[in-house]
Write a protein that binds this ligand. Structure first.
Ligand SMILES: [Zn+2]
Ligand SMILES: [Zn+2]
Length: 451
């Protein structure tokens, strides 16, 4: 485009309606680099003033019209001053821009509102967004199609960038387009500011040292959480859970509104989780504080949940880790310690059959009867890699079982009415049941969890 064509286009915009520097410059946003639209618009107005002054000196009338347009629609003070100097009065500059309705002149005000809103919320990164009422977009699109402008950018893009710049500079917080701690949404034209506070994700491993507590909070079956006589008003099936024991101290320091507990699988309520512990991510919803000392909180949790639950390896993580843990639980190798009891005392040859069974052993397991109410009825094939009898006593044996994730151990022992085969019952030829179960290891090495 030649300079005169560019100027012509800018003049057409000005002739059409009052426009501020920002809105004039935005029509040419794709031209040049490292410039704000305000600078672009201002440059056009200066050039048009220079050109109009020259016209004015040649032909007072023609120059006069262009100067008036600059003063009135352009709200350009130097044009007004020039006209006044020449003794031409009666110019009435527009009150505000017809495209943005004056919003672009209020960027500092919007930035201040945003900063006020962010007070009391810790963030290591933010992202600024806006919701602009449709008439703003329509007005600009209408003009662009009338004047065939193809070099513009959306008002929204400019607002987000310019407000974002002021806010991040003032607060000294970087912008993060991918996963900001807080998304600030400015509504135009109401100039209200809303915050979308993203969750804080903390990874760790937990050990469950006692039986009888579930992994996650379990709503009361009778009242579904409202509180009734069965649950003594707690709304829960069990007074405590691993989730709540870990979450309580964290909710206090982060001042979050709630939590979601994401475990790499789960153990039965009556099983302990020992060894190095089971990986989990605790998601804290709308936290006010994020900058917390994880070593200190580890100690606090372990003191608070003493004798019941212990955590270790706490560190900050992200949503991806939740997905990874969820996806891994079906395949992750697990090691269990089970105490099995037979109906009648075991004979040495029966025990020998168990000890000499070749490994790995494939188990075909139909969904256990006890979980049929919440899981689809299908057959799973799972591998046992290692099966050891570590001690025996008449009708009791202690088994160490290293297997693929997702194998139901209690049913592997009992056979679950032939739904699991082979089973310990089947191998021994004697009805056998699991009377105690502990998870010794969830074999997800820490190195594989560095997302
Ligand atoms: Zn404007
Ligand atoms: Zn209840």
């Amino acid at each position: 485009m030649t300079i005169s064509k560019l100027l012509k286009k800018a003049e057409q915009v000005l002739a059409r309606c009052p426009v501020c520097d920002w809105c004039l410059g935005r029509q040419f946003a794709s031209l040049g680099y490292g410039l704000s639209n305000r600078m672009r618009g201002n440059a056009f107005k200066i050039l048009l003033l220079l050109a109009s002054t020259e016209t004015y000196l040649k032909s007072r009338k023609r120059g006069n019209i262009r100067l008036k347009q600059l003063a009135e629609h352009g709200m350009f003070l130097p044009a007004l001053q020039f006209l006044e100097k020449e003794g031409i009065t009666g110019c009435a500059p527009a009150k505000h821009c017809s495209i943005c309705l004056g919003i672009m002149e209020r960027l500092d005000e919007i930035a201040n509102l945003t900063i006020q809103k962010l007070k009391g919320w810790e963030a290591t990164s933010i992202l600024l967004g806006s919701k602009i009422s449709a008439d703003f977009v329509e007005r600009e699109e209408q003009m662009r199609s009338e004047l065939q402008i193809e070099t513009g950018e959306p008002l929204k893009a400019e607002l987000n960038r310019e407000i974002g710049k002021i806010v991040t500079d003032l607060l000294n917080i970087p912008v993060d387009f991918k996963s900001p701690d807080i998304v600030v949404v400015v509504k135009i034209p109401s100039l209200t500011v809303e915050l979308q506070v993203n969750s804080l994700f903390i990874y760790g491993r937990y050990r469950k040292l006692i039986r009888g507590i579930p992994q996650t909070k379990w709503p009361c079956r009778e009242c579904l959480g409202k509180g009734c006589t069965r649950c003594e008003g707690t709304g829960k099936m069990y007074p405590e859970s691993v989730e709540e024991l870990i979450a309580a101290p964290l909710l206090e320091v982060t001042q979050g509104k709630g939590v979601k507990f994401h475990g790499a699988g789960r153990e039965d309520i009556d099983a302990c989780m020992l060894g190095v512990g089971r990986p989990f991510v605790l998601e804290i919803l709308t936290p006010r504080r994020r900058n917390i000392d994880l070593e200190e909180i580890t100690e606090t949790i372990n003191r608070y949940a003493q004798g019941k639950v212990e955590v270790n390896k706490l560190r900050f993580t992200n949503k991806e880790m939740v997905k990874f843990l969820k996806g891994s639980s079906a395949t992750t190798e697990k090691t269990y310690k089970a105490i099995a009891q037979t109906e009648k005392p075991l004979l040495p040859e029966e025990l020998q059959k168990l000890e000499t069974i070749p490994m790995p052993l494939e188990i075909r397991q139909r969904t256990p009867q006890r979980v049929l109410h919440r899981r689809a009825d299908r057959v799973r094939r799972k591998q046992i890699y290692e099966l050891k009898v570590t001690s025996k006593d008449k009708d009791k044996i202690i088994l160490l079982i290293r297997c693929q994730g997702g194998l139901y151990i209690k049913e592997f022992i009992s056979g679950d009415d032939n739904r699991t085969t082979p089973s310990i019952t089947e191998i021994l030829g004697k009805p056998t049941k699991c009377i105690q179960l502990d998870v010794i290891d969830v074999n997800l090495p820490e190195e594989e969890l560095q997302l």
